[in-house]
Design a protein around this ligand. Structure first.
Ligand code: TXA
Ligand code: MG
Length: 340
């Protein structure tokens, strides 16, 4: 780790650069270092999942509380099976339908996975990510990679290298640039160790498509597991937050929007508006950002917009309410946490 100096950013936009980045990242990971790597959801802060002291560095760099377990990234079903004690039919069905992709399975952990990865718990989160760079690095390493999002604890997740640099640049040696994250919000986390299975963190893969793949009902929401322990600490209400205050509101007419803006306390010149449907032509003082009214495009753009609001000095971000349908649920979840 190169403390107090800026991380090196490796580009991957030609086959030669891609291969060189795989070699460099693998070398670092083999030596027990942490490296920021692209995934299709958000950028990850990766370390050898089987090396306790390497994983300890992830907690240190992020300032992550020791009770929050880390997702283990694998390069296929066989490696996933080596990390878990049991591979139920539900896991096979969901892997067939959605892997590689933005879906994390929580299953009983195998003895191979050190307790520090699971925060001392008996289950482990495993995911086969879809990004080709991540895939090649795990393959070259031959071991799974523990990787939370590459931001300081409780901050917004990064969807490009500038975001990683801003949050952790002076604590990292290497950041691999795999482009803008294609999905843009974190994976759906589903607990397959319970019956019925339960979505702990909603995401772009939503309950209806999971139910269709499984052929059974799925529960949603995982604040607390049996006995009230924290089942998915990422589900703490306050999480994924920009510095600016996020306010979620709905309006139909320009007059209703004006009333929303007028009700905001603080500097009128520092209000940012994030809209998708009821786009105003002009709002006195406020900056207007328009995000596509399509859940996949919206998810891809959301964190970059929130990061930008912070950079440009927004004090309040007024976000237009989202439709209440399954495709939007993962995004609504992140906005609710950002506004908490
Ligand atoms: O898309 C993603 O999932 C990204 C990329 C890098 O893969 N990773 C990510 O990691 O968002 P992180 O650490 O920021 O969030 C992981 C979430 C947390 O809410 C954590 O509590 C939950 O997954 N989690 C991990 N292992 C778990 C387990 N064994 N049981 C319950 N929840 C778990
Ligand atoms: Mg995170």
């Amino acid at each position: 780790m190169a403390a107090d100096s800026s991380a090196q950013i490796l580009r991957t936009n030609t086959p030669q650069l891609f291969d060189a980045a795989v070699v460099a990242a693998t070398k670092e990971l083999e030596s027990g270092a942490v490296v920021a790597l692209p995934t299709e959801t958000v950028y990850g802060l990766a370390a050898n999942a089987l090396d306790e002291s390497a994983v300890a560095k992830i907690y240190e760099v992020k300032g992550r509380p020791a009770h929050n377990p880390i997702i283990v990234h694998v390069d296929g079903v066989n490696m996933a099976k080596s990390c878990v004690g049991d591979w139920p039919e539900s896991a096979q069905k969901l892997a067939d339908a959605f892997w590689p992709g933005p879906l994390t399975f929580v299953l009983p952990k195998s003895d191979r996975v050190p307790g520090i990865v699971t925060a001392g718990g008996t289950t482990v989160g495993v995911r086969w990510p879809g990004h080709p760079l991540m895939h090649q690095v795990i393959k070259a390493c031959g071991f799974p990679l523990a990787a939370p999002s590459a931001n300081r604890s409780n901050e917004l997740s990064p969807t490009n290298t500038e975001h990683v640099m801003k949050s952790l640049g002076n604590q990292l040696g290497l950041i691999v640039d795999g482009g803008q994250a294609q999905i843009g919000i974190e994976s759906t986390v589903i607990d397959l160790s319970v019956s019925p299975v339960r979505i702990l963190r909603p995401g772009i893969i939503h309950e209806e498509s999971i139910e269709a793949a499984l052929g059974e009902d799925v529960l949603v929401g995982g604040e607390n597991g049996d006995g009230g322990e924290l089942k998915s600490p990422g589900q703490l209400l306050k999480h994924y937050s920009p510095r600016a205050k996020v306010l979620i509101r709905s309006w139909d007419t320009p007059a209703e929007l004006d009333a929303c803006v007028a009700a905001i306390e603080g500097d009128r010149e520092r209000i940012w508006l994030l809209t998708h449907s009821n786009v105003p032509l002009h709002v006195e003082g406020a900056q207007v950002c328009v995000v596509p009214h399509d859940p996949e495009a919206y998810a891809r753009a959301l964190y970059a917009e929130l990061h930008r609001c912070d950079e440009e000095g927004a004090e309040n971000i007024l976000v237009e309410d989202l439709p209440d349908t399954p495709e939007w649920r993962g995004i609504s979840d992140r906005l609710a946490r950002a506004s908490a």
